[in-house]
Design a protein around this ligand. Structure first.
Ligand code: ZN
Ligand code: ZN
Ligand code: FE
Length: 761
C-alpha cells in the first residue's frame, strides 16, 4: 500500500549536497515525490510502500553527505497525492532563516585528484571545490545560502560550470562556490609596499615560491584571513618572522604536505592522524620528534609542534611547488585580530611580509585556525574556530531566551544562544586593542544576521573595565554580569547537559572575584544561576598586577615572602640575589598593598614555581613558564608536597606555602629540577583531591568539573581526573569547547539564561 511522508530535516543540510543525496536515495528505493530547501533546512515530500519509506528514512539519518550534520528529523504522514517521479523543487524562501551554514571544509579527495590531473579542466585551479568541500562560513554574507549572498557573487559561472551546477548527477550540483580557470577568482602577487599586483595566476604562485626559497616571508590569503608563511627549515627566515611580527617565543604552526611529512617531524598516533585529516583541518599539537629537521625557533623551549595539513587548493599547490614544510601563522602583529581585508593586510603587514600571495575573492568574515590536542584519546580544543564555527553546539538544556554572551578579555569568543543551540563564535582574540573590539562588533553583527538570532539578554564578565563589559553596557538590552569562574564551570556543565549542582574546580590565570581579589584557584558549588565559593588557593599579593604575568620572578618573590616572612633573608636564592633593587621595591609594594592586589591564581603559582625551578625570571607570553614546567616534569616520580588546608569562616583555604617551601627545600638539596616539577604537579593533584573530599562530605555532591586554562596542562588534568575518579567522584572535563577563556562565553550565556529564568521573566 502506498503511503506518504512529509519530512523536515534541520541542521547543516544546505550547501552540502543534501538534495541530490535525497534524490539518489529516493530513486534507489523507487520512491516518488520531491525535495526542496526552505529557510529552516530541507523538506522531503515522499511516497511509496511503507517498508521502503522506513528504509529510506533510516538511510537518510545514518549516511548523510560528508559535510551534513542532521540536528533533527520530523516525520508526518499525509494522504498520498500520486507523484509521477522524484524531483528537486524550487526553494521556499518564506519564513525567517534558521538553516545552518556549514563551516569551511578542506579540499576533498576527489577535488584534490582533479587539481593535479593534467587532463582535468580544473588542473591547478586554485579555487577548485564541490558540494563536499571548500569555503562556506568565510564567504557567506547572508542567508539563505546561495551564490548571490556569498563573496562568489562577483564571479558569474561560465557555461561549463553552469552545466555541472544544474546536473543532479554531478558532484558540483548546486555547489555555490564552484568555478574554473575561465570564470573563477585569480591569484595575484605583489611585493610589500608595491601599489599593485605584479603577477597573476601561475606567475603569482611562482613568485611566492621563489620568495620562500630565498628565505622571504609571504603573506598568503587563506579562508578566514592572511597567514604569514616562510620556509620551516630556514632558521634565519623564522627568526626574521619572529622579529618582524614582534612575537618572541610563542610557538608557530607548521603546515606539511601530508601525514607522511607530519610523521617526519612529530609523533602521530591514530587519534591524532584522524584529527589532522579531519575536514576541519585544525592545527594539532603533537609531540615533536627529537632531532627533527625544522628550525628550532619555530617552537623554542616546548616539546610540542603545532602541525596542520593543507586545506585549500592554494595550500596544496604551494606545498607541492615549494616541496617542503612551511611556517603558517596568523597574519597579524603580535596578538591583534587576524587581517582579512586586502587593503588592511597590505597596510598592516607591509613591513612584516616581503610579498603577498593574494586573490580577488573577498573574505566575508575572519576566522583563525583552530588548535586542538588529543588528551587520553579524546580530541580537545585549545581554540575552536575555523572548520568548527559556526556549527552550533546542541545543548540538552534549552536557553530561556535568545542570548548574546560577550566572552572574556583574552582569547575572546562570543556566543549566541537560542533554544537548544549555542553558536560559539570563531576566535576573536585578545580585547587589548581597539581593533579587537571592532572585530568583536563585526563578528556579532555577522553572526546575528547569519543565525537569525535576535538576542533579548546580554551576558558579560563581572570585570567592569573590560572592553566587552563596556560593550554590554552600550547595548540596549537587560545585561547580566557573570563571575569569571562561575562561567567556566557553567560551560563545562552545559557541555555535559548537567543541571544538578556540581563542584567546580576552576584554575586559571585571572578572573575578577566578587571580593575585589584576582581569583584563579577556585572551588565553587555551582547550581545554575547560583555559584557559591567554598574554597580557594590562599591569597598572596600579585606585585605590579598585570606586570607579574610577564615577570614570573615577581610571583616567585610574592610566594616566597608569603611562605617565609622575615626568614626569607636567610635563603640564598639566585633569583632574588640577581635583582636586589627590584626586590626591595617589590617588598615595599607588598607591605603597603600598593599595586599588589591579592590573588588566588594557580596560573601565577605555576609561574612562581617555574621561575624558582628553571631560573627564568621573565617570559614572552602568558603560561610560557607553566608550559615549560609541564614539559620538564618527571612523570615517573611519586613525590609530592603535602597539602595544608584550613578553614576561614565558611571557606576552605588551600595554602600554597607548604608547596613553595617543599620546592625551596628540594632546590637547596639539589634535587633534579625534573623531579621537583613532577612533585609540584602531584602536589596540586593532592591538593584538589583533599579539598574535594571535604567538600563532598559537606555538600553531598559527587560531580566535579575541571575547568579553566590551567587544565590545558594535560599532565595535571589526567592525574587529577584519575585521582578524583578513584575516590568515587564523577569527573567532567571539556570536550566541545576550550577549557580556557575561549569557552567562557558559552558559560556566560548559560548563566545569564538561568538568571533570567530565576527573575521570573
Ligand atoms: Zn571537493
Ligand atoms: Zn567556469
Ligand atoms: Fe579563565
Amino acid at each position: 500500500m502506498v503511503e506518504r511522508r512529509l519530512v523536515a530535516i534541520r541542521g547543516t543540510v544546505q550547501g552540502v549536497g543534501f538534495r541530490p543525496f535525497v534524490q539518489g536515495l529516493a530513486t534507489t528505493f523507487e520512491l516518488r515525490g520531491l525535495v526542496r530547501n526552505d529557510t529552516a533546512g530541507v523538506v522531503v515530500d515522499v511516497e511509496g510502500p511503507s517498508e521502503s519509506l522506513d528504509r529510506f528514512l533510516t538511510e537518510l539519518r545514518v549516511s548523510p553527505p560528508p559535510l551534513a550534520v542532521i540536528e533533527s528529523v520530523f516525520v508526518e504522514s499525509a494522504p498520498p497525492v500520486d507523484y509521477a517521479g522524484f524531483a528537486v523543487a524550487v526553494s521556499d524562501s518564506t519564513g525567517s532563516p534558521t538553516a545552518l551554514i556549514s563551516p569551511d571544509a578542506a579540499t576533498c579527495e576527489a577535488c584534490l585528484a582533479e587539481l593535479f590531473d593534467t587532463a582535468n579542466r580544473r588542473y591547478r585551479h586554485p579555487f577548485i571545490t564541490c558540494t563536499h568541500c571548500g569555503p562556506r562560513f568565510t564567504i557567506v554574507r547572508g542567508v539563505p545560502y546561495d551564490r548571490s549572498r556569498t563573496t562568489m557573487a562577483g564571479f558569474p559561472m561560465c557555461a561549463a560550470c553552469e552545466r555541472e551546477y544544474r546536473d543532479p548527477a554531478d558532484r558540483r550540483f548546486h555547489a555555490q562556490p564552484i568555478s574554473c580557470h575561465d570564470c573563477g577568482p585569480k591569484l595575484g602577487f605583489r611585493r610589500a609596499g608595491a601599489p599593485a599586483t605584479e603577477a597573476d595566476g601561475e606567475h603569482a604562485m611562482r613568485q611566492a615560491v621563489e620568495t620562500l626559497r630565498r628565505g622571504g616571508i609571504v603573506a598568503i590569503k587563506g579562508l578566514g584571513g592572511y597567514h604569514l608563511c616562510c620556509n620551516a627549515h630556514d632558521e634565519a627566515a623564522v627568526s626574521r618572522l619572529r622579529a618582524r611580527k614582534h612575537r618572541e617565543a610563542k610557538p608557530f604552526a607548521v603546515m606539511v604536505r601530508d601525514q607522511e611529512a607530519a610523521r617526519t617531524v612529530a609523533l602521530v598516533n591514530a587519534a591524532e592522524a584522524k584529527l589532522l585529516a579531519a575536514s576541519a583541518r585544525p592545527i594539532v599539537l603533537l609531540e615533536a620528534r627529537t632531532g627533527h629537521s625544522l628550525a628550532r625557533s619555530i617552537a623554542p623551549g616546548v616539546p610540542t609542534l603545532g602541525v596542520m595539513l593543507p586545506y585549500t587548493p592554494v595550500h596544496h599547490l604551494l606545498l607541492a611547488d615549494f616541496a617542503g614544510p612551511v611556517v603558517m601563522t596568523s597574519g597579524n602583529r603580535s596578538d591583534e585580530p587576524i587581517a582579512f581585508h586586502d587593503a588592511m593586510a597590505f597596510e598592516q603587514l607591509h613591513d612584516v611580509a616581503d610579498g603577498f600571495l593574494t586573490h580577488d575573492r573577498e573574505i566575508a568574515t575572519r576566522c583563525d585556525d583552530s588548535v586542538m590536542r588529543v588528551v587520553a584519546g579524546y580530541a580537545t580544543f585549545m581554540r575552536r574556530s575555523r572548520g568548527y564555527a559556526p556549527r552550533p553546539l546542541r545543548l540538552a538544556i534549552p536557553f530561556a531566551a535568545p542570548v548574546l554572551a560577550l566572552g572574556g578579555h583574552l582569547k575572546n569568543t562570543f556566543c549566541l544562544g537560542r533554544g537548544h543551540q549555542a553558536f560559539l563564535s570563531h576566535h576573536v582574540g585578545d580585547l587589548e586593542h581597539p581593533a579587537a573590539l571592532v572585530a568583536l562588533r563585526e563578528g556579532i553583527a555577522h553572526a546575528t544576521r547569519l543565525h537569525g538570532v535576535q538576542p533579548r539578554i546580554v551576558a558579560h564578565d563581572m570585570h567592569d573595565h573590560y572592553l566587552s563589559s563596556q560593550l554590554a553596557a552600550s547595548i540596549d538590552l537587560p545585561a547580566f554580569a557573570v563571575q569569571h569562574h562561575h562561567a567556566h564551570v557553567a560551560a563545562c556543565m552545559a557541555e555535559h547537559g548537567i543541571s544538578e549542582p556540581v563542584l567546580g574546580v576552576a584554575f586559571d590565570g585571572a578572573g575578577a572575584g566578587t571580593d575585589g581579589a584576582i581569583w584563579g584557584g577556585e572551588f565553587l558549588l555551582v547550581d545554575g544561576a547560583s555559584s557559591q565559593r567554598l574554597g580557594h588557593l590562599g591569597y598572596v599579593p600579585q606585585p605590579g598586577g598585570e606586570a607579574a604575568v610577564r615577570e614570573p620572578w615577581r610571583m616567585a618573590a610574592a610566594h616566597l615572602s608569603s611562605a617565609y616572612g622575615s626568614d626569607l633573608d636567610d635563603l640564598a636564592l639566585p633569583l632574588l640575589e640577581e635583582r636586589p633593587r627590584e626586590w626591595a621595591t617589590l617588598r615595599q609594594m607588598m607591605v603597603r598593598g600598593f599595586r599588589a592586589p591579592p590573588t588566588s591564581s594557580v596560573g601565577r603559582l605555576f609561574d612562581a614555581v617555574a621561575a624558582l625551578v628553571t631560573g627564568r625570571s621573565v617570559v614572552a607570553y602568558e603560561a610560557e613558564a607553566a608550559i615549560a614546567l609541564e614539559a620538564l616534569a618527571d612523570r615517573s616520580t611519586s613525590r609530592s608536597y603535602a597539602p595544608a588546608l584550613h578553614e576561614a569562616g565558611d571557606l576552605l583555604i588551600a595554602a600554597p606555602e607548604p608547596i613553595v617551601r617543599g620546592v625551596v627545600d628540594d632546590l637547596a638539596r639539589s634535587r633534579p629540577s625534573a623531579e621537583i616539577a613532577g612533585a609540584f604537579h602531584n602536589a596540586l593533584r593532592d591538593m584538589i583531591v583533599a579539598v574535594i573530599a571535604r567538600l563532598v562530605r559537606r555538600t553531598g555532591v559527587h560531580r566535579v568539573a575541571l575547568t579553566g586554562g590551567v587544565f590545558q596542562n594535560t599532565l595535571l588534568l589526567e592525574r587529577t581526573a584519575e585521582a578524583l575518579a578513584a575516590t568515587g567522584c564523577e569527573v567532567l572535563v571539556h570536550q566541545m569547547v576550550p577549557c580556557n577563556d575561549g569557552g567562557l562565553s558559552l558559560g556566560q550565556a548559560v548563566v545569564a539564561s538561568a538568571l533570567f529564568t530565576s527573575m521570573g521573566a
